[in-house]
Ligand binder design. Sequence first.
Ligand SMILES: *Cc1c(COP(=O)(O)O)cnc(C)c1O
Length: 432
Amino acid sequence: MNEPAYPRSQALYARACQVIPGGVSSPVRAFRAVGGTPLFIARGAGARVFDADGRAYLDLVGSWGPLIAGHAHPHVVAAVTEALGRGTTFGAPCEAEVTLAERVTAAYPGLEQVRFVSSGTEAVMSAIRVARAFTGRDLIVKFAGCYHGHADHLLVAAGSGLATFGRPSSAGVPPAFTACTRVLPLDEEAAAEALFAREGGQIAAVIIEPVPANHGLLPQRREFLARLRELTAASGALLIFDEVISGFRLARGGAAQRLGITPDLATFGKVIGGGMPVGAFGGARRMMARLAPEGDTYQAGTLSGNPVAMTAGLATLDVLEREEGWQRLEALGAELEQQVQPVLATAPFPIHWVRCGSLFWLSLHEAAAPRTAATLGAGGPERYARLFHALLARGVYLPPSAYEACFLSLAHSRTDFELFTHALRAALTELT
Ligand SMILES: *Cc1c(COP(=O)(O)O)cnc(C)c1O
């Protein structure tokens, strides 16, 4: 009688659950926040993903950010294939990492040197180590709702994966490991000023997602970020922009360029790997010179600067530059906004549109234009779960959590947006 809706995905998930905790390699993928079992993706092309059962979906996840050129972009695939033929890793310097470092430093405000790692988590861990070494101070300040990867000392009030599971923090992190972490609310200059008045002389760095995109999308007032720039500069602390999502997505020079605020250190991931495991962190030469072998601050990686991954990043930047990518992404975001807003107005429950460039969030929380994680209000996740499944059944793949932003790519088209708005209208009617 009850045929499984996605027989191949469900069979794979059952196998996965035997040998992988929760059946997934990263928690939000498991659909726990929306119910049901995850789709197993067999392949992607442009703006589409195809599941193990052969169904096609309009993809608004984009692997959570890296796929700014779309799935399997021919230029990226050709470059990576060619690089693969020359060998996958050497554990020695290669030209591609120098070229990518030149491109990244040329693009990002204030950046003189970068070092490559294999994930955003590692980029943040390493940037913080540099900040502590450079300042000779221990305290790190982060903001509630911002996610900076899963390093122990930053797993405090840390965004979607943790919000999804209603946990303020994580087991397995000794209190001593977070004793040097201070958590502030977003959007409140006064709270930051009070902390600096109290402990400013011990603060090594303030780290923030300049466009917070891991607890829904919580765009900040420019004045707030400018105040953080002033407070850090005045006290000798460093300002770190975590641009793992926003870097090379919101502009060539990331959120820093968009906002006209230059941090001391910046971290990158997602887009700069073009879909391969890459992270990077960088800043002024005098700060980065603290790193071994020049300085006394250790940081390393067997696969760091991997030639194939560097090539994927370079090819993705090529596509962005050749196709006037950032302008087109902004235009695509605006176009989608225009199509979606009249549909949202017909919704039987609160549903808010938040957008920054090619990032957008369908918020089913009460708050209309939230700037902090604390003010979202209740009911959002339950409503989102119903919308998620109503759209999935209509061939639209949204992130499986009410707290995740959606990502547009250069592969999305006006036709895709028509499909999306049509599906959205039908889904909302069904849910009324
Ligand atoms: C994704 C993300 C990270 C962590 O990157 P991983 O590659 O998943 O380790 C860090 N910071 C921000 C802002 C992110 O969005």
